[in-house]
Design a protein around this ligand. Structure first.
Ligand code: ZN
Length: 275
């Protein structure tokens, strides 16, 4: 008995034809691309021909390149985010920028201009190992502007920054003295020597023991020898700073045309957004 059409085993050609028909392809036809020349096009419904496969391949490659660039951009952004995180800037200063620093008086505008300039010209200052002192009353936004400098140095100049306090540096060094210390004094000091920019906050907040002065000199001098700048933040005025840090250290900070911004207006601590 002759097999009926429906149960006859179909050839590969039949399957392909069925597949093409279900995809709307009714046949093939020679076609020409202005860029790539002759190709065999698929004939679609209403005699529309499929596009040049080489053009399609190129479009795909271009899209993949765009996707890769976007992925790289995201990776760079994530790295910056990590670096800024590693700068250990206190959380409440993470959102402090030059734009949201309130400069209403002449003195405040001058402080802002000095800090903004320091950030903008950081590569030049770094090359000269030029330090910056931010001195003056509590609550006048010294740490705010230092955080803004840190963000710009990381984001615009791609350098790394470490923010720390005198107390933390001293702790780190002290911790290296014990018998079970995880690192040597040299290694502890290395942490503060390595960053492209070190921001040293709360200088003179305590009485300034000989130990503190010794540690501060070690840190500032090591950076001086490496021609790396340090930003010092202190509530003290310049003369008292020498007492807290020691003359040798202050001399090092002034080498190479060290800059200073003075925040000596009446405290604005009542404004919670200042640091
Ligand atoms: Zn083409």
């Amino acid at each position: 008995m002759e097999p009926t059409r429906s149960n006859r085993p179909s050839s590969l050609g039949d399957s392909l034809a069925r597949l093409q028909r279900s995809a709307g392809i009714t046949g093939t036809a020679p076609a020409k691309c202005l860029a790539h020349g002759d190709y065999i096009a698929n004939k679609l419904r209403d005699d529309v021909l499929s596009g040049c496969p080489e053009c399609a391949r190129q479009r795909l490659a271009e899209q993949e390149a765009i996707d890769r660039t976007e992925q790289q951009r995201l990776a760079v952004a994530a790295k910056l985010e990590r670096q800024l995180g590693q700068a250990l800037i206190p959380l409440r200063f993470k959102t402090k920028t030059f734009a949201n620093y309130r400069a209403e008086t002449e003195a405040q505008r001058l402080a802002l201009t000095i800090c903004r300039g320091y950030a903008a010209d950081f590569p030049e200052h770094a090359g000269a190992g030029r330090c910056l002192l931010l001195l003056g009353h509590v609550g006048n936004g010294k740490t705010h502007l230092a955080a803004a400098i840190a963000a710009e140095v990381v984001e615009q100049h791609r350098r790394n920054v470490l923010y720390t306090t005198v107390a933390r540096v001293c702790q780190q060094v002290k911790a290296s003295y014990g018998k079970e210390a995880e690192q040597s004094e040299r290694e502890a000091l290395e942490i503060f020597r390595t960053p492209d920019l070190l921001i040293l906050d709360e200088v003179g907040a305590s009485y300034g023991t000989d130990f503190e002065r010794m540690v501060m000199f070690e840190v500032v001098n090591a950076r001086y020898e490496d021609v790396k700048p340090t930003i010092v933040i202190s509530n003290l005025a310049a003369p008292a700073l020498s007492g807290a840090l020691g003359d040798r250290t202050v001399d090092r900070l002034r080498e190479g045309g060290g800059l200073a911004a003075v925040f000596d207006w009446a405290s604005a601590r009542r404004e919670v957004d200042r640091g």
